[in-house]
Design a protein around this ligand. Structure first.
Ligand SMILES: NC(=O)c1ccc[n+]([C@@H]2O[C@H](COP(=O)([O-])OP(=O)(O)OC[C@H]3O[C@@H](n4cnc5c(N)ncnc54)[C@H](O)[C@@H]3O)[C@@H](O)[C@H]2O)c1
Length: 288
């Protein structure tokens, strides 16, 4: 029998990237998966992957920055799938910019999703777990950016450093209910959010990243999903309040990267794709 058979996982932002990889892995290990996301098209695609693995999936349109929406989503998870054993606070956005320019709207949206949204997700899920009395596992997705920062990403770093420290307090508070809380700090993972850092496959940005990364490749959602699976499964029982970096060794490597002409052209293409994606998702984010 797979290790997570009979368990139900609630994975925010599983309509894309790392969250989708986590949903797939947990389903492969036997869990049914609830998928709260602002992007229901992406969430439905993930639900199909979960169903193809023989597990039940339930999509909920929910914005983690809304207390009402996330409380309702956690309740709906229990109503439709019968339990809530594993919660992954994964939904996040990246809004960068220099201190002379970053808008208050971008600053606030990022705080609302990456910090308040994680708090609200953990609170909503932990309340269900305590009520159901089966204990639980909570995993929050922080970032390598909680460790160090640089021009244009300090605001994102601030939110991720907040997550990294909050899990330590939550781990202490929720232990008596049989609930563990841990955080993961991914390095550069190949997803739409990090395309500017990961570059295009075979492109100049990617080959520079690969050569600077000690394990010589970019991260994949499946890498992070493997660590989530450890924290959510029987081997993770004694771990709480921890923050684990998974970055292929990138944290100790100089960030010094001087993009050449090819890389600049690539960055231009990626920038256009990111702007189009943000233009599609921003109205959904503004619905609270
Ligand atoms: N990709 C990386 O290199 C990397 C590195 C470190 C940390 N992270 C973190 O991992 C998490 C996942 O990132 P990703 O790279 O998979 O991004 P992604 O953009 O591919 O996916 C994010 C998903 O979250 C959803 N979402 C965004 N805001 C939401 C909200 N308020 N409510 C509900 N759903 C929302 C989006 O619709 C999308 O489906 C984020 O917290 C991100 O900060 C990513």
């Amino acid at each position: 029998m797979a290790a997570l058979t009979g368990k139900v996982a609630f994975v925010t932002g599983a309509g894309s990237g790392i969250g989708r990889g986590i949903a797939e892995r947990l389903a492969r290990e036997g869990a049914d998966v609830c998928i709260p996301d602002i992007d229901t098209d992406g969430a439905e695609e993930t639900a199909n992957l979960v169903n193809q693995l023989g597990r039940r999936a339930h999509v909920v349109k929910a914005n983690t920055a809304s207390e009402l929406q996330i409380q309702k989503a956690a309740a709906e998870c229990v109503e439709k799938l019968g339990r809530l054993d594993i919660a992954v606070a994964n939904a996040g956005i990246a809004r960068g910019g220099p201190v002379l320019e970053l808008s208050l709207k971008d600053w606030q949206d990022q705080l609302d999703v990456n910090l308040t949204g994680v708090f609200l997700t953990v609170q909503a899920c932990a309340r269900q777990m305590v009520r159901l009395g089966n204990g639980g596992r909570i995993i929050c997705i922080s970032s390598l950016a909680a460790e160090s920062t640089g021009p244009g990403i300090w605001a994102y770093s601030a939110t991720k450093a907040g997550v990294r420290i909050m899990v330590r307090g939550w781990g202490q508070e929720l232990g008596e209910h049989g609930i563990t809380v841990n955080a993961i700090g991914p390095g550069v993972i190949e997803t739409p959010l990090a395309e500017g850092l990961a570059g295009e496959p075979g492109g100049a940005i990617r080959s520079s990243l690969e050569s600077r990364t000690p394990v010589k490749r970019v991260g994949r959602p499946a890498d992070i999903a493997g660590l989530v699976n450890f924290m959510a499964g029987p081997d993770g029982e004694f771990m709480t309040g921890s923050y684990v970096i998974m970055d292929g060794g990138l944290r100790d490597v100089s960030r010094g990267y001087d993009p050449d002409e090819n890389a600049l052209a690539e960055l231009g293409r990626i920038g256009e794709r990111s702007m189009a994606r943000n233009a599609r998702l921003q109205p959904l984010l503004d619905e609270r």
